[in-house]
Write a protein that binds this ligand. Sequence first.
Ligand code: ATR
Length: 327
Amino acid sequence: MHKRQIGKSEHTVNPIGLGCMGFSEFYGTPINESEAVATLQFAFDQGVDHFDTAEMYGMGANEKLLGKALEGKMNEVTIATKFGIARDRDSGAVIGLDGSEAALRASCEGSLKALGVDCIDLYYQHRMDPKTPVEDTMQTLAALVKEGKIKAVGLSECSAKTLRRACAVHPVAAVQSEYSLFSRDIENGVIPACIELGVSLVAYSPLGRGLLAGQYNAAGKALEKGDYRHTQPRFAGENYQANLALVETVRQVALRHQAHPAQIALAWVLAQGKHVLAIPGTTKVKNLQSNLQTANITLDDNDLAQLDALSANVKGDRYGDMSTVNR
Ligand code: ATR
């Protein structure tokens, strides 16, 4: 599959990257470190050239893991990480959002060290800080670009308005937001703004946090007890059952293409335009391989009509507290 540009830069990556969060926490018990390293190295060998992590994933552990797995190869790939979500060191609880200069600089130094690099390719504000104007945060990010500590700036889960304010200070290369067959709320504001401003849209949770991969159904795999997804409205009670029923349509389209439902979900995301990059998360070699084969699938008008109709029937918000997204 042809590489796609990140923002207006000369920099290009494969349209399917790898979301690394699940290697450290949130989606059940993480796999052990040696397996995780092997999967990341396999991804690199398969040509994955865009790895997405964050300071908050495992409170530095995810960045360290990536640095370890890709030691000596970090210059051959695009490494994206994120700052701005503060956690309590002991309990791990999220204690605030911070885009101040002091916090940002401390996070940046920590991420450089954990990743073992001199410069971060793409550095996102993870969630917008209501106390610090985005203009101030962008000034600090612009200074970090000048100082050679980061190459490009991104914002995650910002609104179209915030994106415009940010771009007035310094170019934004990418917006990262949840975007999938089930999560299309950003089509009304953020995506048109990205297209207008030449900003890439990096789609996280393109598989609806696993729902669209079709492994969960009445007879299928259940979520582990401590899995973070239990706290999410779409995975709760009747909503969950209704959403699982919608996945049957994805399965039908997959059958027509002799493909996996996850491939159909990814093909739909990539069909939305050249400005879109997807970063499905997986910790398994088999799933990674399958996801990368999405490039061979072209959805026709009939497929797209069936798939496009799904989002209107999804039950439940994508987060229990929607106040920190699209802000
Ligand atoms: P996120 O961006 O939040 O990681 P996502 O990409 O929408 O969310 O979905 C990630 C989930 O989909 C993970 O639980 C992952 O499980 P594994 O780590 O066990 O792979 C699952 N997933 C990813 N690709 C898959 C595939 N091809 N088949 C089945 N499950 C898959």
